[in-house]
Ligand binder design. Sequence first.
Ligand code: GAF
Length: 399
Amino acid sequence: MTSQLIDQHEYTRAGNLTRRFTEVYGHAPDGVWWAPGRVNLIGEHTDYNDGFVLPFAIDRAAMVAVRLRRAGEPNPEAVELASTYAPEGERLARARFTVPGLTPGADGDWGAYPAGVVHVLAGLDNVKVPGFELLLDSTVPVGAGLSSSHAVEVATIVALNDLLGLDLGRPAMALLTQQAENDFVGAPTGIMDQSASLMGRAGGALFLDCRTLESHVVPLPLAEHGFTVLVIDTKVAHSHADGGYAARRASCERGAATLGVASLRDVPADVDLAALDEETARRVRHVLTENARVLATVERLRSGDIAGIGELLTASHASLRDDYEVSCPELDLAVEAALAAGAVGARMTGGGFGGSAIALTPVSHERQVREAVLHGFAGTGLQAPDIFTVLPASGAQQL
Ligand code: GAF
C-alpha cells in the first residue's frame, strides 16, 4: 500500500484538517489518518454466512486528525470529538466522553463510532487508551450504503493503533471494528466493510473469504477496458440497526440450523431445500447462488473479462430483490434504467433497504446512463439521486 496512490487533493484536505484542528483545540494534531468507504462489487449478505465477498475501497474517505493527551495535562482520560458532519447551521458537531466507564449506547449519534473503537481497544489485555482529541471530516455520503460509519471506525482504529504503538494487524483491526459496530453501536453487521477499508488496494477489488479472513487483491482495470463504475445514491436512507438486516441474519441462522450445518458456507451447492419453509429457502438460495457468483466474478476478472462480469452483477441484484428481499423500488428503478441505457451490469450495493446501486458502464455510455436514471426518477416524482463515479482506492493509512 503506497501513499502516492492517494489523490493529491486528499493531502490538501489533510492540511486543511490540521489547520482546523489547531483552531479548534489550540495545538496541532499528532497526525492525520485516512480511511475509505467502499462499494461492494458483488457478494451481498454473504459475509455473516462465512461466505465470499468482492468489495473495493473507494476514493471517498473519512479523515481524522488526532492528538493524544500528554501526561500532566488536565483531564488525561477525556476524549473530545469534533466533526464537520455537523447538523445544518452549526459549524461543528461536538461530543465528549471519558475512557473509563464508557458503556455501549452512552454516546449515541456519530460519536458512537470512535467511542465504540475506544471501548474495544480499552478492553484488550495490556492496552491503556489515554484521552485524546479528534477532528473528523468525511467525503463518504452518510446513509448511502457506502460504509460511512465503518470508515470513521477504521480511521479511528488505525490512528490509535499507530499512536499507541499497538501493532495490530489489518485482519485484527477488522475484527475489532466489527466488534465495536456489533456490541457498541448495536448494528449486527459482518466483516466486509471494515476489511475493504483496511485492506483495499488502488486498482483492485478485495476478494475476501469471510470464514478465514484470507484475502487477495483482484485487478480491476476499469479505465484500461473503457469502463467506469457509477454509483447511484437513491437518497433513501437506510440503517443496519433497523430490524430488516437482523431479520435476514436470523433467517440464515435458522436455515443453517435446519440443514444441520454451522453456517451456510457449509451447505453443498446441490442441497435439497425442501426441509425449509418457503421464505427461508429463498434466503438460503440467495446466499448459495451469491457465493457462486462471487467466485465466477473473480474468475472472469482474472481472465481480463470485465464486460463479462456485468451479467453476474445483474443476476445478483435479481436475487437480492426476489429471494433476499432487501431491495426497494428506487434501487430497482436505478438498476433497470442504467441497464436499459447501456450499463453492462447493475445492482444494489451494501445492505439494501435504500442506499446506492452501482452500474458497470462503458465510458462511451456514461452520459446516457446518467441521463436515463435521472429521467426515470423525475418521471416517477422521486427525489433526484446523486450519481457519481468511483475508483478502486488504497486502504486506510496515515497521510
Ligand atoms: C452491510 C454490512 F455492514 C456488511 O457487513 C454486509 O453484511 C452488507 O451490509 C451486506 O452484504 O454493509
